[in-house]
Ligand binder design. Structure first.
Ligand code: COA
Length: 264
């Protein structure tokens, strides 16, 4: 029975909640393991079409648990690397989910907490959310989160915030592209997340997975003839699929596509 993570599945929506509020949802080995297990379960459960990552308490996530990191510093080189690989693996699982993921962010999100936000497809934050890449302040580096953070905010902004470790506001997180939307309080946060979830649930479930794979294949690549051929192959395959045919037929016949009746 999980302690550090709560999960719930309701009408196509899977909710994963970090549940270590007394430690500001900092991740130790148990939380990393349980979060990884939940991500795999949600991604393979046919009843789940969209995943929301949220947390209990006043912080979204205070990053890696510093007691765990300190303890791990006394491990052998092999054990330390195994720990780091588990953390890196958890972030990769989140980033590579086939289903769309939405981060619901309140309060501080520091270090690895920023990594979680950056690895989700969509992030919505309350005005009280605060962000910081504090690692260098602690004499360490934001290594395993760096691919996702740099992917989200770009190298230029990463240079500033990774090197200064300064705190930045929800408004700044919005400005630099770490979060997509900011809202005044928790009630508005739930409302905004609900709207995004509804929009996602209205879309073809297989198309969403295909779309995520498309973005990954195309982003940050030069527009070569290989890319052009690849994109043409993708649309040819998807439009001939059962879901593609159903979606287009539903539009032309002025009715809801079959996948909408499953959730709405
Ligand atoms: N790892 C382990 N314990 C943590 C933690 C972390 N990342 N973040 C907070 N805690 C613990 C505190 O040590 C404290 O423990 P205590 O009650 O035994 O003293 C408890 O959580 C409450 O934290 P506190 O600092 O008193 O709460 P706060 O509301 O004033 O501040 C934070 C909350 C999250 C802003 C602050 O704790 C903080 O900055 N944490 C460090 C976050 C960080 O730099 N993470 C990156 C790690 S790479």
């Amino acid at each position: 029975m999980s302690e550090t993570i709560l999960t719930e599945i309701d009408n196509g929506l899977g909710i994963i909640t970090l549940n270590r509020p007394e430690r500001h949802n900092a991740f130790d080995d148990a939380l990393i393991r349980e979060l990884s297990e939940s991500l795999v379960k949600m991604d393979t459960d046919a009843d789940v079409r969209v995943v929301v990552l949220s947390s209990t308490g006043k912080s979204f996530c205070a990053g890696a648990d510093l007691n765990w990191m300190k303890k791990a510093a006394g491990y052998s080189a092999e054990e330390t690397q195994r720990d780091a690989v588990e953390l890196a693996g958890m972030l990769r699982l989140l980033n590579d989910m086939k289903k769309p993921t939405v981060a619901r962010v309140q309060g501080p999100a520091y270090g690895g907490g920023v990594g979680l936000v950056a690895a989700c497809d969509i992030a919505i934050a309350a005005f009280d959310a605060q962000f910081a890449l504090t690692e260098v302040k602690l004499g360490i580096i934001p290594a395993v989160i760096s691919p996702y953070v740099i992917g989200a905010i770009g190298e230029r902004k990463a240079r500033r915030y990774m090197l200064t470790a300064e705190r930045f506001s929800a408004a700044e997180a919005y400005r630099i592209g770490l979060v997509h939307e900011i809202v005044p309080g928790e009630a508005e946060l739930d409302e905004a997340v609900g709207e995004i979830v509804d929009a996602l649930l209205a879309n073809g479930p297989a198309a969403l997975g295909e779309c995520k794979a498309l973005i990954k294949a195309v982003a940050n690549r030069p527009i070569t003839s290989d890319i052009i051929v690849d994109t043409a192959k993708r649309i040819a395959r998807v439009r001939a699929s059962a879901e593609g045919r159903e979606g287009m037929a539903a539009f032309l016949e002025k009715r809801k596509p079959s996948w909408m009746s499953k959730t709405n």
